[in-house]
Design a protein around this ligand. Structure first.
Ligand code: CTP
Ligand code: CA
Length: 230
């Protein structure tokens, strides 16, 4: 290792982090979006860089500044399809992927070329939506031995049961479950209370803390998993 190589638990590792919300266009002026601020994913990217990793941070819509570390490469995307492409481009060379982005599950089936006009007497507008690709599931299916795939589970009810099902169905190594219900939910907040789920282990409930602290603890967990190779 050269003297200039970064030190830290993730030195020499490559980590891909997604953050923020996707936007699915309806027409040139409208989209379907969500309440994600991007804070959690951005904090994870910053923590991974602070631990010495080279980070590709892929962001959709975010409401906080992006990290400026020289170890972080920022990639901007809009739609789920863009995000899928950017994740696939960067995951091949990565040691870990953290999907903190709030990804649209459905997108408008047809995107209008022109602004859809309000019409007199038209009291309803029905929009047909079609399923998007599950990025986490798709990427986890093709992961190489040693690559770690981390997902989030955003729930408003039955947090543990729903998150456990996501762990199994998506083929993730780790799921970070958080509540997005009500005023103490994760969306937009500076803090988060998460539960970590891993295959073959009991769920681990972490105390409510700053998102930056959750990020640091998650990066530590990833570093340990990489070291033990499990
Ligand atoms: N995710 C993804 N691609 C999608 C939807 C979600 O990669 N099209 C990822 C998210 O980034 C997150 C994880 O899957 O890491 C779980 O997302 P979540 O919305 O909690 O779960 P879903 O599987 O989409 O199920 P639901 O929204 O019905 O709870
Ligand atoms: Ca979803």
């Amino acid at each position: 290792q050269s003297l200039l190589a970064p030190a830290g638990q993730l030195a020499g590792k490559r980590v891909v982090v997604t953050a923020g919300g996707t936007r699915e266009p309806i027409d040139p002026v409208r989209f379907i979006g969500n309440r994600s601020s991007g804070k959690m994913g951005i904090a994870i990217a910053a923590a991974a860089a602070a631990a010495g990793a080279r980070v590709t941070l892929i962001t959709g819509q975010v409401s906080v500044p992006l990290p400026t570390s020289p170890l972080v490469t920022n990639v901007r995307v809009e739609t789920t399809e863009d995000l899928l492409g950017a994740v696939q481009d960067s995951f091949a060379a990565a040691d870990a992927l953290v999907m903190a982005a709030a990804v649209a599950d459905y997108r408008p089936q047809n995107v209008a070329n022109q602004k859809v006009k309000k019409r007199a007497g038209q009291a309803k507008w029905q929009l047909d939506l079609t399923e998007t690709t599950d990025i986490l599931k798709t990427v986890a299916r093709h992961k190489r031995p040693g690559q770690l795939v981390v997902g989030f589970a955003a729930e408003t009810q039955q947090l543990l049961a729903n998150a456990q099902r996501k762990l199994e169905e998506k083929g993730a190594d780790l799921i970070v479950a958080n509540s997005v219900a009500g005023s103490r939910g994760a969306f937009g907040s500076e803090e988060n209370q998460v539960t970590l789920l891993q295959t073959g282990r009991q769920p681990e409930q972490w105390p409510r803390m700053k998102k930056t602290a959750v990020a640091a603890k998650l990066v530590e967990t990833l570093a340990e998993k990489m070291k033990s190779g499990d």
